[in-house]
Design a protein around this ligand. Sequence first.
Ligand code: NAP
Length: 195
Amino acid sequence: MKDRRYALIWGGSTITGQYAIQIAVEAGYRVIAVASERTRRRVSDLGAHHVITRDGRTPADIADEIRSIGQNKIVLGIDLVGPQTATHGLSCLSKSHPARFAPLAVPAPPIAAPSNVEIVNVEMKRFVLDPESRQYAVHLADLVGQGRVKVPKVIVLPGGLQEVEAGLTRVRNGDMGGSKLVVRFGTSKLSTDRT
Ligand SMILES: NC(=O)c1ccc[n+]([C@@H]2O[C@H](COP(=O)([O-])OP(=O)(O)OC[C@H]3O[C@@H](n4cnc5c(N)ncnc54)[C@H](OP(=O)(O)O)[C@@H]3O)[C@@H](O)[C@H]2O)c1
């Protein structure tokens, strides 16, 4: 079982999903990721063994394909999209092996799970403030430094505060194609203000 464990990442092209795919591959999982036609190549390049494209398909149809690949061996699942895909993702997990599922895009209350599945909820603020979390940041930085984990592409909007609204619209429209958006704030105006 150990060498055939599967991990499901639903939302493989999200920024979080891109890291999750690479970390799961590093940990020895065979990775099944759900993405779009547009980002399929990127997700595949990150190491996902199976990329299922979602364009024009229902979550139920996608879940059928996931189950046919995973064959009751999916023991780790992460949903990065929402309640509907989280429910379908959970239904793809192994029915007989101990499994873990992290519905990261679903706010509390947590979804119900079969007895073999542990639901892992991550509250970002608490995670960041917990000193125990430092080890994960250090390990991830090591993996990035060694070139074993690639950071997502970054698109920089140079215009400062007035670019934020346009940037948010772009994110809302799903127009990022797997890139992270960063708004650059100039410092010269701030230092002028202080003098
Ligand atoms: N709890 C926590 O600690 C925690 C931490 C990090 C993130 N999150 C949550 O995780 C989610 C993802 O965050 P993010 O910043 O990584 O996302 P992001 O980079 O903004 O993800 C946007 C991408 O999601 C993909 N997507 C949209 N609908 C999809 C669908 N139905 N199936 C598969 N992919 C879909 C689209 O890519 P394609 O068009 O290529 O499919 C889109 O480009 C958010 O809900 C965020 O709040 C939670």
